[in-house]
Design a protein around this ligand. Structure first.
Ligand SMILES: [Zn+2]
Length: 235
């Protein structure tokens, strides 16, 4: 007890130096008390720190008199909401087909299963979601907080509801709609039609058939290019 009191009280001694002496180590590890993340309170209170030195987070929390969580204030709550909105948006940015609310909730909370409404049971999240950078960013996220976030994003037009509880980024929905509309206007431009007898002459003359054949993922683009080049079909 006396030693502990001594460790707290000696003036002018680094806290880590106190540990070093107690454990009878030769030296403190290199870099000790040199950075914002590991500087002890004694070092923090020394003159001559770099001008941009930041108070160690742990020390800040320890000496703070404001013990209310940041989210309890209006500004803190707004910042927390904006952060959540960004996380939801990011998650859906990486999941083109959209996700149901239960999956978004599980990912943001850092869980590895979600409750599937359609199957009535908990199912494992798939690897892409387990590895998402969004995963576990808000472990204490409540259901009503997530719903409010989704509602904000829908109101802003950034998300579109596409099922009972499924949401997609609006630009993705629009992109698909535009593609579907283009395919309806010119059904003859679809890749399979290029291989009909009679169609091949025209597409061979325009070139690029090889591209469409060799790279199916480019088929749509190639077809769109052909569409631009083709004269309107004679009727
Ligand atoms: Zn120190």
């Amino acid at each position: 007890m006396a030693r502990l009191r001594e460790w707290f009280t000696p003036p002018g001694v680094c806290c880590n130096e106190g540990f070093r002496a107690y454990f009878a180590a030769d030296t403190v590890p290199p870099g000790t008390c040199e950075y914002d993340d590991n500087r002890c309170s004694w070092h923090w209170n020394q003159a001559g720190l770099p001008a941009d030195a930041a108070e160690p987070k742990l020390y800040g929390a320890f000496s703070s008199e404001n013990l209310r969580p940041a989210s309890a204030t209006t500004r803190g709550r707004r910042r927390s909401e904006e952060q959540l909105d960004r996380l939801v948006w990011q998650l859906l940015w990486h999941n083109y087909a959209g996700l149901v609310e239960n999956i978004i909730w599980a990912v943001v909370r850092g869980e590895d299963h979600y409750f599937s409404r359609t199957q009535g049971q908990r199912l494992p999240l798939w690897p892409k979601l387990l590895l998402s950078r969004v995963r576990g960013r808000k472990p204490a996220l409540r259901r009503d907080e997530l719903r409010a976030s989704i509602a904000r994003l829908v109101a802003k037009g950034e998300l579109t509801q596409v099922g009972a509880t499924r949401y997609r980024l609006t630009p993705y929905v629009q992109q698909d709609a535009a593609r579907a509309a283009a395919a309806q206007v010119q059904p003859t431009a679809r890749p399979p039609d290029l291989f009909r007898p009679g169609g091949s002459v025209r597409s061979a003359a325009l070139g690029g058939e090889g591209t469409a054949t060799a790279n199916p993922s480019n088929g749509r683009n190639a077809a769109a290019q052909k569409l631009a080049l083709s004269p309107p079909p004679a009727s």
